[in-house]
Design a protein around this ligand. Structure first.
Ligand code: SF4
Ligand code: SF4
Length: 135
């Protein structure tokens, strides 16, 4: 009898809890932990073109390319590009960057209609939402 009552109490408690199911993708997922590692994103205005991120990348996903963008600190005009198809989201580029220009964002919805996963500096500096509405 005691067990039945205990069970009924547990069931009653759960009846008034908010559902945890999210109707993704119609509803956005409201979670993102602080340490979540999503797509790499670049801040073009603070990158000094030091190449450290490309040097530390273990699988050469991060590579430097020439890009015509003037920020006053990057006189060689070289910026990182990242092949997202090869990137393992290890975060080493973010750790080594002296200016905090490259970091792992919380973006994970990377489905595209083309197979080009090499994000050149211009593409790398924009969020997926910006890319969807501007390309
Ligand atoms: S997260 Fe790792 S694999 Fe991806 S670009 Fe940065 S260093 Fe390379
Ligand atoms: S993103 Fe950071 S580490 Fe990479 S070239 Fe620019 S300043 Fe250097």
């Amino acid at each position: 009898m005691k067990g039945i009552i205990k069970g009924l109490i547990t069931v009653t408690k759960h009846m008034f809890r908010k559902p945890v199911t999210v109707q993704y993708p119609e509803e956005p997922i409201p979670w993102h932990t602080k340490r979540f590692r999503g797509r790499v994103i670049l801040n073009l205005d603070s990158c000094i073109g030091c190449t450290l991120c490309a040097q530390i990348c273990p699988n050469h996903a991060d590579h430097m390319v020439h890009y015509e963008y003037e920020n006053g600190k990057n006189w060689r005009k070289i910026y990182p590009a990242v092949d997202i198809g090869v990137c393992t989201y290890c975060g080493l580029c973010q750790e080594i960057c002296p200016t905090g220009s490259i970091r792992l964002s919380n973006e994970f919805e990377l489905a595209h209609f083309d197979r080009d996963m090499d994000y050149l500096p211009d593409r790398l500096s924009r969020t997926e939402t910006e890319l969807k509405y501007h390309d």
